[in-house]
Each structure stands twice: as structure tokens, then as C-alpha cells.
Design a protein around this ligand. Sequence first.
Ligand SMILES: [Zn+2]
Length: 297
Amino acid sequence: MQDLDVKPWQWPEPYWRKRVNKVRAGKRLAPAWPSDKRCAFAISFDVDHETNELRDGGRSLGRMSWGQYGNRRGMPRILSLLRQHDVKASFYVPAVTAQLYPDEQRQVIDEGHEIGIHGWIHELNSILPADSERDLMLRSADMLQEITTVRPVGIRTPSWDFSDATLSIIREMGLLYDSSLMADDSCYELLEDGERTGVVEIPVEWIRDDAPYFMMNRFESLRPHISPDDVFKIFMREFDAAYEEGDIFQLTLHPHIIGYRSRIWIIEEIIRNAKAKGDVWFATHKEIAEHVGRSID
Ligand SMILES: [Zn+2]
């Protein structure tokens, strides 16, 4: 929508209401899980690799080598761990990452995981013109399909950045779900301008993301501020409460952040704890969206 040429405190009520209502949470989707499972467990990996540096126009080869670590050590560790525990996950992959590492993406699909859209070069949607955002989103889906032969049905916007145009493009593309917004703990149906869309939201949260705890920038004040043991405790508390409520536990991780020797164990311990319950449904985001989507009437 058009920006008003006055300060926010001068905005008329209909204007700020319209902004707030652009994309909202509608009906909460928390049906019974399949096969009498008590809780759903949805683990995801955003395979950013070098695009975190590229999308800002960065030229640091040092920072880009972090991205290559994600491919060389992070992904093999993650895939091996998921294989070992027979857990299927969702991977959100920028089209540039997929072109850099097509074999990695084909392996992800071959091992039964899901790949979803994650931008072209991890661009921020809210600073793009709507037609560029649309063009990049369509081309990203085509590129992922060309490389893996599987058409993605879900999207996680890069950096969870959502523009006024994002949801309408998702609807135009006929995507089943988005996983970038945070209005609930449970899945919900997205509303656009107050209207139902039939699009499922599988909500994320920075609390359940490795990046805010572990990212660092040598030349800025950003430093890891919490130990891997403490991050594990936070994730476990999120899981335990989701299990008690019979709801969904959703986690967002990054190969170039979690894939280190001193951190990878966090995933394994959470999976072990969840498996020990005996009635947790391990599913991809796509499977969860298909399941909860059936309760949209
Ligand atoms: Zn990302």
C-alpha cells in the first residue's frame, strides 16, 4: 500500500488499521495429529550458505567461506544424523545456493526430505519492488524444480522478511503454505486484507532459531551470547511445552551455524528426547501443512 507522506503519529486510523490487517492470523489450525500422535515435530534447515554474504553485496571471501563450511561439513553432518534417526526434515534453499550445490539439493530430495523456496539470493522482500519480488519468487521455484525435479509447495521468506506483496504472490503461485510469520504457536490460516486465503502458516520464532544465539560478526558488536547447553535447554523447554499442549514443535536451523562439532549434538539430543516419548509425529512442513490444511473449511 502507498506510504502516507506524514509521520506515523499523524496517520489516520483507517490507514494504520489497513497496514495491520494486510496479513493476519486467521483460524488456528490445531487438529488431532495422525495415528493418535500427541505432538508434531517439524525440523527445518535454511541452507543459506554463501548467500548471507552475497545478498548484502558483501565481498568478504572470509565470510563466504562460512557458507562453504555449511556445504562441506554442516550438511553432511545434518543429513547423516537425520538418516541415523530416520527423521525427515524441510530444507529452504535460495536458488543461488541450489545452483552452487546442485548435488547437495538432489541428495536432500533423494533422502526423502522436502525442499522449499527461500528467495533467489536471500534478498529482503520488503525492500524490493513488487514486480521484482514476484519475478524472483517465480524464478526461484522454477530453478529448484529444474535442479531437483520436484516443484516446491512451501516458502520461507529469506530472513522471514515479508512484504505487502508476498502473500498475494504465494496465492498466485498456488503454494500450500508459508513458514515465515510468528502470530501463534499453532499453525493457522493466513488472512489477507481480512479475507481468508486457504494458505497455511507454520509459524517460526526467533526463540526456536539457532542464528540469534550463535551468529557473530568480527567487525560489529554481534557475538554469540549463550552457550550450546543453554540453547539446548531453551529448545527442549519449547518442545516439552508443545508436547504437553499436544501442539507443534517447529525448529529453524542453519548448516553454517549448527553444523559444528560443538553444536550438532543439540539436534541429536532433541530428536532422542522426542523419540523417547513414543508418540511424536516427525513430519516435514509439507506433510504438516497438508494435514492441518484439511481442517480449513
Ligand atoms: Zn535464510
